[in-house]
Design a protein around this ligand. Structure first.
Ligand SMILES: C[S@@+](CC[C@H](N)C(=O)[O-])C[C@H]1O[C@@H](n2cnc3c(N)ncnc32)[C@H](O)[C@@H]1O
Length: 277
């Protein structure tokens, strides 16, 4: 590694660790004469406030290395815990003994669904596996990730939550997962500036019909989930800690059973799992 260049990058991004990652990434270019200009360009983007994950172009999530760019939300560490909860709940419940049909609504990079497939493939057969997003650009990135990871047989569908799914899946989804946007629209511009780099559509949500700020998408998914889940099918949703109680009550009202809270590593409520009767 070029120590002079590394020192220059460190002073640009004010972090020796980030400078090292940037240089390591730049060193993957084929033409050695391009390493320094590529590294400097990446450091300039980082110094301009762009999230490190976008600058590097990939980031690790559980067992996977995922392509990440400004077409999608950067997968969060808390979401790794939600995947853990989905795996645990599915292994405990195992609806039916046929092939597992998985749907992820609002897949972003595909972090959740691709992790589930990759971590379950040694122990199960898969039926239909579907990733959806309302943004075709975002969905394209998810498809690039599936391809790069060698995960085939996935269906990618653009559309508004369940409207993206084919009618044939109604009542047949064994594992339904989503991490919908849940930040109140009123908070736009008042949060961590890193969020300004991510797509608004991945972050902000309107007030729900029941009058809860940022809860509309969670409310929609919980309410409609029962008709799409197979008997014994598992719903797993990530959400704001402030929405967990309302989502649990709603899940019971729409007839789901075994409603449980997901807690993150800091012990904060982070989502729910529930089962269709
Ligand atoms: C919080 S991000 C989660 C992304 C990814 N699942 C993850 O956990 O990293 C929410 C995702 O939902 C998508 N989305 C927003 N509104 C949607 C809608 N009405 N229907 C389907 N997807 C939607 C966004 O484009 C975004 O990719």
């Amino acid at each position: 590694m070029d120590d002079v260049l590394l020192a220059e990058l460190t002073s640009e991004v004010h972090s020796a660790t980030e400078a090292k990652w940037i240089l390591e990434r730049a060193m993957t270019v084929d033409d050695a004469s391009r390493i320094a200009p590529v590294a400097r360009a990446m450091a300039a983007r980082r110094a301009g406030g762009e999230p490190l994950q976008y600058v590097l172009g990939s980031w690790s999530f559980r067992t996977l290395e995922l392509l990440v760019d400004d077409r999608a939300l950067i997968p969060r560490p808390e979401t790794e815990q939600v995947v853990e909860a989905a795996l645990e709940r599915w292994r405990r419940t195992r609806p039916g003994d046929g092939a597992l049909s998985i749907v992820e609504l609002g897949c972003g990079t595909g972090a959740i669904c691709l992790s589930l497939i990759s971590e379950l493939r040694a122990e199960t057969r898969f039926g239909e596996c579907v990733m959806t997003d309302v943004s075709s650009e975002t969905l394209r990135l998810a498809g690039e990730n599936a391809l790069a990871l060698g995960i085939g047989g996935l269906t990618l569908r653009v559309g508004n939550w369940f409207a993206a799914l084919s009618e044939g899946l109604r009542g047949r989804v064994d594992l339904l997962i989503a991490n919908p946007p849940y930040v109140s629209e009123g908070l736009r511009g008042h949060l961590d500036p890193v969020l300004d780099w991510e797509p608004d559509i991945a972050l902000y949500a309107p007030m729900s019909r029941s009058g809860i700020a940022g809860f509309l998408h969670v409310e929609t998914i919980v309410t409609q989930s029962r008709e799409w889940l197979s008997p014994g099918g598992v719903l797993c949703l990530e959400m704001s800690e402030h929405h967990v109680q309302a989502a649990m009550e709603l899940a019971l009202r729409v007839g789901l059973v075994g409603v449980e809270e997901i807690r993150d590593l800091a012990g904060m409520p982070r989502g729910i799992t529930a089962v269709a009767p």
